[in-house]
Ligand binder design. Structure first.
Ligand code: TMP
Length: 208
């Protein structure tokens, strides 16, 4: 059913992916593309309600299993209400996180649930992005950036540096598993250098 293109950004907390997703959407819009910039958890009215449950409060508020179900419920709503309708209209959907975050956060870092995450994904979501940009950065730098946001949405940063280091390894392994779809960009470079590398990858994919 897909007519548009689906691009996702992934990485550890504070990696700069939200900034880069915005820069990409603006650049593509200026060049005549129609984009929908969205995010997970969230991106639809229902999924934004679920987001609040997930990103605020005590780190131990939910088990990894419950989190996996909540993230997947949010994603299903996001897919039905936002992503699929936009793709059907031929738009470029740019999402700040998608299913790879559940694979790594709940599947390989918070819990050891990867095969359950994959099965649930197949049952309830059943699609992958055309291109995933993984912004790689040293977690000690990213953790400082994440907490500095002071948004109150820091439940996952609350798990600490060791957790973020596990996440980083998880995302790098994921890139090796899905090398066609996932591209790593060095997030320690200047914002301009990171965004031009991303733009090159995106245009290569769009002109495939
Ligand atoms: P954000 O800070 O990128 O908006 O994401 C909110 C937090 O939720 C972030 O710490 C990553 C986490 N997360 C998961 O644990 N699993 C998921 O499936 C998603 C989408 C996000």
């Amino acid at each position: 059913m897909q007519k548009g293109s689906f691009i996702t950004f992934e990485g550890v907390d504070g990696s700069g992916k939200s900034t880069q997703a915005k820069v990409l959407a603006n650049t593509l819009n200026k060049n005549g593309y129609t984009t929908v910039l969205t995010r997970e958890p969230g991106g639809s009215i229902g999924a934004e309600l679920i987001r609040k449950l997930l990103v605020e409060g005590d780190p131990d508020r939910w088990s990894p299993e419950t989190e996996m179900l909540l993230f997947t419920a949010a994603r299903r709503d996001h897919l039905e209400k936002t992503i699929n309708p936009a793709l059907k209209e031929g738009k470029i959907v740019i999402s700040d996180r998608f299913a790879d975050s559940t694979r790594i956060y709940q599947g390989a870092t918070r819990g050891d649930l990867r095969s359950i995450v994959d099965n649930l994904h197949k049952l309830m979501i059943g699609c992958e992005p055309d291109l995933t940009i993984i912004i790689d950065i040293d977690p000690s730098e990213s953790l400082a950036r994440g907490l500095a946001r002071g948004s109150g949405e820091d439940r996952f940063e609350g798990f600490g540096l060791n957790f973020q280091q596990k996440l980083r390894r998880g995302f790098l392994n994921l890139a090796a598993d899905f090398e066609e779809r996932c591209k790593i960009v060095n997030g320690t470079q200047s914002i301009g250098k990171v965004s031009s590398e991303i733009l090159y990858l995106v245009y290569s994919k769009l002109n495939d």
